[in-house]
Write a protein that binds this ligand. Structure first.
Ligand code: ZN
Length: 275
């Protein structure tokens, strides 16, 4: 079930929303990025790793959304890192007594049933400006930015030419802006895309949080596609984007687009500024 995409870098794609979990082999064990969705999938992943003689020595969540902060007891008790902002956002969510019900509102009930909630969101925040994930394996550079969610981070595994981008640069999901939390959702998103563009030359394999793995040729193409979408959203134009519309992989994507348009319109009304 694990597919190698670069030397020592393996992917498991979930049946839920084409979510990609990433395994990076290290000296003494593996780093597991965005572990997965269903309990049975993560249990299976844990088995595959132990069959290969590997244990998980560190975890990382690219951002504080529910589909990126799940875990399974079979994966062990390694520290699960995230940016300080990511950890703070999850902690904030969990401090509300009704957190589970609030999150479950977003999740189809048949999926919520199969999730393992016990170890949900136990993220250790790395101090702000931490450059690399502290672990014994290929160096993993943390590229934090404010785009899709507070403390969202892309990870660059330089020696392997792999860029793990969380919920950006997907071929199936449009950019989903952090309209509630960000001071300038459009500007922040565009800045994050520029940041990713800055490392694009080092990337042979692009791993989005959801969707298909891209080759070197996909990096600029997906950055351009995301930027074009954000520009269309800013200007309240109809995006010509295959990820929304009749040929979209997910039919709910057009609803996401409509909601973003409305949220941004409400914001600019409130602030009295365009966009
Ligand atoms: Zn996601």
């Amino acid at each position: 079930m694990l597919r190698q995409v670069a030397e020592g870098v393996l992917i498991h794609q979930s049946e839920f929303c084409q979510s990609n979990a990433v395994v990076v082999r290290g000296q003494a064990g593996a780093l597991l990025i965005d572990a997965g969705i269903y309990g049975y999938e993560m249990a299976c992943l844990a088995n595959d790793l132990s069959d290969a003689g590997q244990t998980v020595v560190a975890g990382f969540s690219t951002h504080p959304h529910w589909d990126h902060v799940l875990w399974h007891a079979g994966l062990g008790a390694a520290p699960r890192y995230g940016t300080a902002r990511c950890a703070a956002a999850v902690r904030d969510q969990l401090s509300d007594a009704g957190w589970k019900a609030r999150i479950a509102e977003w999740i189809p009930p048949d999926i919520a049933e199969q999730m393992s909630w016990d170890l949900f969101g136990l993220i250790t925040g790395l101090p702000a400006e931490t450059a690399r994930i502290p672990w014994d394996g290929p160096q993993v550079r943390i590229i934090e930015h404010q785009a899709h969610a507070p403390g969202h981070a892309a990870l660059l595994i330089e020696e392997r030419g792999v860029l793990v981008v969380g919920d950006m640069l997907s071929d199936v999901l449009i950019p989903m802006l952090d309209v509630d939390d960000a001071a300038d959702p459009i500007g922040d998103y565009l800045a994050a895309l520029r940041l990713l563009e800055g490392v694009a030359g080092d990337v042979d394999v692009l791993v989005p949080g959801h969707g298909s793995i891209g080759g070197a040729d996909q990096v600029h193409a997906r950055i351009d596609q995301d930027r074009a979408y954000v520009h269309a959203l800013r200007d309240a134009r109809v995006p010509s984007d295959p990820r929304v519309g009749p040929s979209a992989t997910f039919d709910w994507m057009s609803g996401v687009h409509e909601r973003q348009l409305q949220q941004l319109a409400r914001r600019s009304e409130r602030d009295g500024t365009p966009g």
